[in-house]
Design a protein around this ligand. Sequence first.
Ligand SMILES: O=C(O)CCC(=O)C(=O)O
Length: 293
Amino acid sequence: MARPDRPNPDSSRGGTARGPAAYDPGMRLQAGFVSPAERAAVLTRLGTLKPLWEQRYSTVRPLPPREEQRELLRPVYWLGNWQCACLGYYHPPRGLLDRCVAAEPFPAPLAAWVKRTEAIVHRTMPKAYVPRGWTLNTCLVNFYGDRDVDGKRDDRARVGAHRDFEPGPVASISLGARAVFQFVDAKGAPIRTMWLEAGALQVFAGPKWKDEAFHRVQRVEKHADELPPSIAGFHTRRVNFTFRYVPPEHVVPLARLSAEGRDDVRAYVETLAESSPFWAAALADESRAATAR
Ligand SMILES: O=C(O)CCC(=O)C(=O)O
């Protein structure tokens, strides 16, 4: 794994460019987490994926009041289970049901990352930060890069400030160009800024970083090779895997999603099914179940 070309302004113990800071129970940042063999295997698997350009809201139902339809800034792919944007994402305490659809299991290298990450969490984080039954069972794969717009490249490599609502620690692993990642307060004032380097693991949890702070990706460095898969009109230079936990009782197979939810996601699933045997089978089950209803 290539070493960072400049020192990271942070460290796994919460250090900064000015020196080591006190142990921070809710934050881990570990450089070189991804082995070269894992990186190669993951890049090969990425080459087989067909990421989706999701719309933020349903395209078959009226828009929520005062909202405008928009495409997400970047293509995405979900493994483990899928929280389609149009289903509203998993959002306890009210948004629990009809939000998470069973998706393809993690391929071997991602399963290995999860196993090591869970061990780090259990070894180093306070028990109070880790809900009973917590396991990293869902992964949002974010593709960051430039979108071709009117013959020019539009840099879409960022994410606005938000919180992740899945319970317990969230773990993030990135490949490709490094990114400036920031925790901010409710007014957008930076609390902590860190570089997320290729191959690094970041885990955040607990009241300070997970529940109270928002986080965002400010920018992704430009100089980098294009990463797979090939996406029409898009040039990926960073791929981020964000692992989270959704209680299994809130994950349903496609065939058991509400009728409205199935209508919302059907066109996406048809796209996924073109290259994924898992989604082709889920679609077939769904239409069998619909016929039997
Ligand atoms: O790309 C990253 O480092 C963070 C992604 C993120 O914030 C998210 O998926 O919720």
